[in-house]
Write a protein that binds this ligand. Structure first.
Ligand code: ADE
Length: 250
């Protein structure tokens, strides 16, 4: 089984890439892919760049050229649910493209010619990833203590809907407009639903895990950059470690 690991920013991927053994580096389509073993699991890892198109072309390359059997997307997101704080973790269930709007030809958010307004990750994948995140929160007391010293106390996990779009949500006005139209959405990012569409086209299972880096408001850019620089890599690698140990034993 070959696991594809994607993240949109170098800071989200650097620690994962550094932990891969017997690395082979392949450059293709303006991306650098790292093939090797992570915690005993065959993987190919890549930093996809930001946005739906970059993520979709990278996922397609992962599937067609590297022949990955499943993909996990890891990275940060802005919270739109008031239940979420910086440092909390979201496991994606349904993935919406919040900037898709072909009205009046189609219903708002409908992905043309799919009859769907969202792509759903399987319950089994959501359950495995949720367990991996719970194990991460259980097994990393030292890291949690460090976070607590920096104002991130008791991070929690929620499984739920994620919205992706080619927009960095950086004002309360933008956030509220999005929530008004997609009230079930917990957080926003710029890639997950694009990768979900590619995975749906090719029948490749996908899981998406997002750590909250900001609350998608006027301070989002400052909070997000600070969080990404300090913590995103540690979260991603530690969650991946737990996830791999579970898929190995399943
Ligand atoms: N990724 C992290 N924070 C985000 C935000 N506020 N909007 C879109 N993508 C994000």
């Amino acid at each position: 089984m070959l696991l594809g690991i994607m993240g949109a920013m170098p800071e989200e991927m650097d620690k994962i890439i550094a932990a891969i053994h017997n690395k082979k580096i392949v450059e293709s389509g303006s991306r650098v892919y790292y093939r090797g073993e992570l915690y005993g699991q065959e993987v190919v890892a890549v930093f996809s760049r930001w946005g739906k198109v970059a993520a979709a072309t990278t996922a397609t390359n992962m599937i067609l050229n590297f022949k990955v059997d499943r993909i996990i997307f890891t990275g940060v997101a802005g919270a739109v649910s008031p239940e979420l704080n910086v440092g909390d973790i979201v496991v994606g269930q349904r993935l919406f493209q919040h900037d898709m709007d072909a009205r009046p030809l189609m219903q708002r958010f409908e992905i043309p010619l799919t009859g769907k307004a969202s792509f759903e990750t399987s319950k089994e994948n959501v359950d495995i990833l949720s367990l991996a995140v719970s194990n991460f929160l259980e097994n990393n007391k030292e890291f949690l203590q460090l976070l607590s010293g920096q104002g991130i106390a008791h991070p929690k996990m929620l499984a739920g809907d994620i919205a992706s779009g080619d927009l960095f949500i950086s004002s309360s006005k933008m956030k509220h407009a999005l929530v008004k139209n997609l009230p079930s959405v917990l957080c926003v990012e710029m890639e997950g639903a694009a990768v979900a569409q590619v995975c749906d086209d090719y029948g490749v299972p996908l899981t998406v895990v997002r750590v909250i880096s900001d609350t998608a408001d006027e301070k989002a850019h400052i909070t997000a950059i600070g969080f990404v620089n300090q913590h995103a890599g540690d979260y991603s690698l530690s969650i991946l470690k737990e996830y791999i140990s579970l898929i190995h034993n399943s």
